[in-house]
Design a protein around this ligand. Structure first.
Ligand code: UD1
Length: 342
């Protein structure tokens, strides 16, 4: 067994996929989660894939004492991957204080516990949302960070600054910040996947729920963008590819003696697809039709963004390999399994 890795938010969507990849690579994983937006069942899914049930502590990262207890109980943690955060953009506009507290207090507590318990390696889940609408596409990591359009987006920007300052100030802290584009799909086993709360905000869960008949019709938000078919463009990345990048980030941190600045990497495919193209690929891959109607643009949405992933390709030796059709089929298999089990 390799080193111990602490994963906050490890029962969630990206967290659970990352736990699988860490265990597969031989790491011992400790999961903490407050289960506010996930269930502990996802760890049964993890165990059904890897044969290993990770240690689990139901802890809120905003509770510093409880968090510190986890570091004391599981001695010799070598790295922390910090996923635990609230992520609904619309909700963050309605409840900014909740978002600033959840996302920032938890980050400060994790970093303080790491310092106090001499844990040197930190991986943070950030978002392409920090770029806003970039002027140049594909967007590289040195593109300017744009003013956030939501408290959620702002918490990611502030978090990146906090991590930068702490990494610069503390010679013992090394960090990697991963900026995700649009994570989609589910594990090929369909044992774990995304569990949206209520009506999904994100495109793919809405597509699969419409395809299965749970929603009547998908609203395509805008067909008057300056894009070839008029619908907005994003860089959709397979969640398993994304999860693998976290393992590489941990390995990179474990292997390097010291670093004074956080390393920042885009995690995307480098290819942009429009909403209408996604629907076409989904229908072709699954053979299922998706009812849709064109409606007005969604407030706050940007027109187009896709990653330049070359830094992650060259520095991490990581590439997003999975074709879009496979990502979308996996999301469909997961949706069918979810409905069968309910
Ligand atoms: C959103 C967040 C982003 C966050 C990411 C997490 C906003 C403005 N941005 O990104 O900060 O990091 O989720 O996954 O909310 N679409 C439809 N119909 C739908 C749903 C979506 O047409 O029912 C379109 C959207 O207009 C967009 C694309 O599909 O063009 C992707 O939308 P979504 O999955 O919500 O992701 P983002 O908006 O890119």
């Amino acid at each position: 067994m390799k080193e111990k890795i602490l994963v906050t938010g490890g029962t969630g969507y990206i967290g659970s996929h990352t736990v699988v990849e860490l265990q597969t690579a031989g790491y011992e994983v400790i999961v903490i989660d407050n289960l506010s937006n996930s269930t502990v069942d996802s760890l049964n899914g993890v165990a059904s894939i890897t044969g290993i049930t990770p240690a689990f502590e139901k802890i809120d990262c905003c509770d510093k004492l409880a968090l510190d207890g986890v570091f004391k109980k599981h001695q010799d943690i070598k790295a922390v991957i910090h996923f635990a955060a609230s992520k609904a953009v619309g909700e963050s506009v309605e409840k900014p204080l909740l978002y600033y507290r959840n996302n920032l207090v938890s980050l400060l507590n994790v970093l303080e516990c790491m310092t106090e318990n001499k844990v040197p390696n930190f991986v943070f889940s950030s978002s392409a949302t920090v770029y806003g609408q970039p002027e140049i596409l594909p967007v590289t990591e040195d593109a300017p960070v744009q003013p956030a359009t939501s408290p959620y987006g702002n918490t990611k920007q502030i978090a990146e600054e906090v991590i930068r300052d702490c990494t610069v100030a503390d010679a013992n802290l090394k960090s990697v910040i991963l900026r995700y584009f649009n994570p989609v799909g589910a594990h090929p086993s369909a044992a774990i996947g995304e569990l949206p709360n209520g009506i999904p905000n994100n495109l793919i869960p809405f597509v699969t729920q419409t395809a299965i008949g749970l929603r009547e019709c998908l609203s395509v938000f805008g067909d008057d963008y300056n894009t070839p078919d008029g619908s907005a463009i994003r860089d959709y990345i397979y969640v398993v590819d994304l999860a693998k990048a976290h393992v590489i980030a941990v390995e990179r941190l474990l292997a390097c003696a010291n670093k004074t600045n956080p390393e920042i990497f885009n995690l995307g495919t480098g290819k942009g697809l429009s909403v209408l193209e996604i629907l076409e690929v989904f229908e072709k891959a699954t053979g299922v039709k998706v009812n849709r109607k064109i409606v007005a643009r969604r407030t706050g949405d940007i027109e187009k963004v896709w990653a330049d992933p070359s830094l992650a390709n060259t520095e991490l030796g990581w590439t997003a390999k999975t074709p879009t059709s496979e990502m979308l089929s996996s999301a469909w298999e997961w949706e069918k399994k979810l409905r069968d089990s309910r």
